[in-house]
Design a protein around this ligand. Structure first.
Ligand code: TRP
Length: 357
C-alpha cells in the first residue's frame, strides 16, 4: 500500500497539447488508456513544457490544453478514477529533468530515432523568431540552429515525466518507444548508484501501432494535415474519407484492386466492427466488383457510428467548460503531491538534502 492508499500499479502517459486528437491517437494509445483505468492508477499528462512553439503562439497552446482534456473526457477517460495532469503546473518535472540530465549522454539523445525525425521535421517547417534589430519583424528560420534547445532535450523531460509518479506501465504510440527505452536505462543507472528509487517501466503499444494518414502517408499527423479528428462532424468525416488515398493502380471499378497497404481498408480493419461487411468488400475489391465510392461510403458510415457517442459526450463538455478545468485542477493537485514525495526521495538519494540533520 502506498502513501495515498492505492496499491495498484501506476500508469503515466501523455500527449503534447498541439490540438485536437485524432483516430491515430485513439487506435494507437487512447483505447488502451480507457481500458486500463480500473486496473491501474492512471496519470494522464498534458505535456505543455514539450510544445516548442510555446514562445511563439501561447494562445494556441492554451486552447489545445483544454481541447485535449475535452477529447479525453469525450472518449471516456474518467477523472474520478484517473488523474488529468498539466505538466508545467508541476515544476518538479523541470527539476527532475535537470537532475536526470546528469545521467544521460549527448550521444544517447543524438541517436534517438524519434527525436532525430522530429528535429528534421521542425527544421524543415522552420521556427519563427522576432528579430528585434529589424523593428520586431517576424522571420522564419530554417536551420538546425533554430530548433530550440528544449526540443533537443525533451526526451529527458519525458523520462522525468514517467519516473516522477514511479510508473510501471507507459501505454503509447509506437514512435514513443525509444523514449521508454531511455527511461528504463536511466532508472537502472540511477537505482544502481543510489538505491531502488524507480521501477523500470514497460511500454505498451496499442492495437494499431501506427495508423496511416488519409493521404496514404506513413503516419496520421496534425502537422501533415492528414488526420480524421475525434471531434470532426459527420460531414467532415464523409468529405475526408471520399478524398482518401486508395489503390493508385486501379483506374476503373472493374480493375482488380489491392487491399493490402490500402489505407481505406486499413481503416475498415481498425474501425469497422462489421467484419462480414469488410470481408465482402475486400473480396469484391480484389475481383474488381466494387467501386471505391461504395467502399468509402461504408467506411464513412462506420467511422461516424464509432464517433457519434464521442461527439455526444464532447458536446456536453463544450457546454460545460468548468467541468473540464475542474478535472484538470483536481488531477494536477493530486499529481503534485505525488511529485513532491518522489522529489524528496530523489534529493536525499542524491545527497542534496544538505540541511537535514
Ligand atoms: N512525447 C509524447 C508525444 O509526443 C508526449 C509525452 C510527454 C509522453 N510526456 C510523456 C508520452 C510521458 C508518454 C509518457 O506524444
Amino acid at each position: 500500500m502506498t502513501a495515498n492508499g492505492d496499491d495498484r500499479q501506476r500508469i503515466l502517459t501523455g500527449v503534447r497539447p498541439t490540438g485536437a486528437l485524432h483516430l491515430g491517437h485513439y487506435a494507437g494509445a487512447l483505447e488502451n488508456w480507457i481500458r486500463l483505468q480500473d486496473e491501474y492508477d492512471c496519470h494522464f499528462l498534458i505535456a505543455d513544457y514539450q510544445v516548442s512553439d510555446h514562445a511563439d503562439d501561447i494562445d494556441r497552446v492554451r486552447e489545445a490544453v483544454i481541447e485535449v482534456a475535452t477529447d479525453w473526457l469525450a472518449v471516456g477517460l474518467d477523472p474520478d478514477r484517473s488523474h488529468f495532469v498539466i505538466e508545467s503546473l508541476i515544476p518538479e518535472h523541470a527539476e527532475l529533468t535537470t537532475l536526470l540530465s546528469w545521467f544521460i549522454g549527448m550521444g544517447r539523445l543524438e541517436r534517438n530515432p524519434t527525436l532525430k525525425a522530429e528535429m528534421d521535421e521542425l527544421e524543415e517547417r522552420g521556427m519563427s523568431f522576432e528579430d528585434t534589430e529589424r523593428e520586431g519583424k517576424r522571420q522564419v528560420v530554417r536551420e538546425r540552429g533554430a530548433v530550440p534547445v528544449a526540443f533537443f532535450t525533451y526526451p529527458i523531460m519525458q523520462v522525468a515525466n514517467i519516473l516522477m509518479p514511479r510508473a510501471h506501465l507507459v501505454p503509447v504510440g509506437e514512435d514513443q518507444l525509444p523514449h521508454i527505452e531511455m527511461t528504463r536505462e536511466t532508472a537502472r543507472r540511477f537505482n544502481r548508484r543510489f538505491g531502488e528509487v524507480f521501477p523500470e517501466p514497460r511500454g505498451l503499444v496499442g492495437r494499431v501501432p501506427r495508423l496511416v494518414g488519409t493521404d496514404g502517408n506513413a503516419k496520421m499527423s496534425k502537422s501533415v494535415g492528414n488526420t480524421i479528428d475525434l471531434k470532426d462532424d459527420a460531414e467532415t468525416v464523409e468529405r475526408k474519407v471520399m478524398r482518401m488515398y486508395t489503390d493508385p493502380t486501379r483506374l476503373r471499378a472493374t480493375d482488380p484492386g489491392h487491399v493490402e497497404g490500402n489505407p481505406v481498408f486499413m481503416y475498415h480493419d481498425a474501425f469497422n466492427p462489421d467484419t462480414a461487411e469488410v470481408d465482402d468488400l475486400k473480396e469484391r475489391y480484389r475481383e474488381g466488383r466494387v467501386g471505391d465510392v461504395e467502399v468509402k461510403r461504408k467506411l464513412a458510415a462506420a467511422l461516424n457510428t464509432f464517433l457519434d457517442p464521442i461527439r455526444e459526450r464532447r458536446s456536453h463538455y463544450e457546454a460545460n467548460p468548468a467541468e473540464v478545468r475542474e478535472a484538470l485542477a483536481r488531477g494536477t493537485e493530486h499529481a503534485r503531491g505525488v511529485a513532491q514525495d518522489t522529489m524528496a526521495d530523489v534529493r536525499s538519494a542524491l545527497g542534496l538534502n544538505y540541511l537535514d540533520g
